[in-house]
Design a protein around this ligand. Structure first.
Ligand SMILES: NC(=O)c1ccc[n+]([C@@H]2O[C@H](COP(=O)([O-])OP(=O)(O)OC[C@H]3O[C@@H](n4cnc5c(N)ncnc54)[C@H](OP(=O)(O)O)[C@@H]3O)[C@@H](O)[C@H]2O)c1
Length: 308
């Protein structure tokens, strides 16, 4: 397949480009500000994805079989900081991609988030009631609605969990951000009662590709790892994996009720039910240990790490 990939310089997009190449597909990789080479891409170009006319023209020129949207303002805090830009990337862009996908009869794989749920009624199935409690979640839900209104017969949306894995920048994923905090001398606060079900970006990318390669899947699906774990447990296991200790990698373990300001806008439990996708795909649903085995030391923290 010829794949038009947005967000190719990001955590998921970077993993997707490599996986697509491994599986014999041809990727046109779109980046925003990044000029770094995208591993796995046949061609790559920078494009401002807030410019709908330019996006449409680029897709018409590429005439892909598949459009994969990994571009976003992917952190809730950054959405709050710039609601107009985050709406353009998180809602207007997927809507525009769906219209073009329909126009050129291309499949569209879009990424949404576990954060469409409020965290009070886990586990969540694909049909569970959505109720986002922050702007990011509201934008992701609006993107799902826009995509499946414009291109219901062409589109698959995967709601993804908190992501581990190795990003192109070495600064985006869960373990990379924790290590960066420790390298900066910080003591990250982690909730003992906030539950997430991470998977690696690489595993998510494989699931996305498998969905794209099948002809019988359309609609909204869940994908995640095998285990719901607390943020505190995730951080401790990442620390142990990198053979760090409480002195070099301190954690402040707190409960949500003790830190209401910190807990505001964050969901208590985003455990996902992975049916029906988990039973349909060959891509394994990974344990957290299997995820840890894949994590590499990110380049930005190497100097600090080897001094520990
Ligand atoms: N990360 C997570 O834990 C997580 C969890 C659940 C769901 N998701 C969803 O998964 C998807 C991918 O997330 P991610 O973590 O891989 O994102 P990410 O690492 O933050 O990457 C975002 C990508 O969007 C591109 N981009 C942003 N603004 C752009 C613009 N104006 N024009 C062109 N490109 C632009 C960036 O390009 P440049 O860097 O080159 O500017 C980058 O490639 C998103 O839909 C996100 O909501 C992520």
């Amino acid at each position: 397949m010829h794949i038009f990939l947005t967000g190719a310089s990001g955590l998921v997009g970077g993993a997707f480009a490599k996986a697509a190449r491994r599986r014999g597909h041809t990727v046109t990789a779109i980046t925003g500000t990044s000029t770094a080479p995208v591993a796995g891409a046949k061609t790559q170009r920078r494009l401002d994805l807030t410019n709908e006319a330019a996006v449409t023209a680029a897709i018409l020129e590429a005439f892909p079989d598949l459009i994969v949207n990994c571009a976003a303002v992917s952190e809730p805090g950054k959405c709050d900081a710039d609601p107009v830009r985050s709406h353009q990337l998180n809602v207007a862009l997927p809507a525009a991609l769906a219209r073009v996908a329909h126009h050129v009869s291309a499949k569209l794989i879009h990424l949404s988030s576990e954060q469409v749920f409020d965290g009070t009624a886990a586990p969540y199935s694909t049909g569970s009631t959505t109720n986002p409690i922050n702007l990011y979640g509201r934008q992701k839900l609006a993107s799902e609605e826009a995509v499946h209104t414009a291109a219901s017969e062409f589109a698959i949306t995967l709601r993804a969990p908190l992501l581990t894995g190795n990003s192109p920048s070495g600064a985006r994923s869960l373990h990379e951000r924790l290590l960066a905090d420790w390298a900066a001398g910080k003591t990250p606060a982690v909730f003992a009662d906030e539950i997430r079900q991470p998977c690696t970006a690489e595993n998510l990318a494989e699931a996305m590709l498998e969905c794209a390669e099948r002809d019988d899947l359309r609609g909204v699906f869940h994908w995640a790892g095998a285990e719901p774990l607390s943020r505190a447990e995730l951080a401790r296991r990442i620390r142990d994996h990198f053979k760090l200790d409480e002195k070099s990698a301190p954690l402040r373990v707190v409960r949500r009720a003790e830190e209401p300001a910190l807990a505001a806008g964050r969901q208590a439990d985003l455990t996902l039910n992975l049916k029906p996708l988990a039973g349909l795909l060959k891509t394994p649903v990974e344990s957290f240990d299997a995820q840890l085995d894949q994590l590499v030391l990110p380049p930005p923290v190497r100097d600090w790490y080897f001094k520990q």
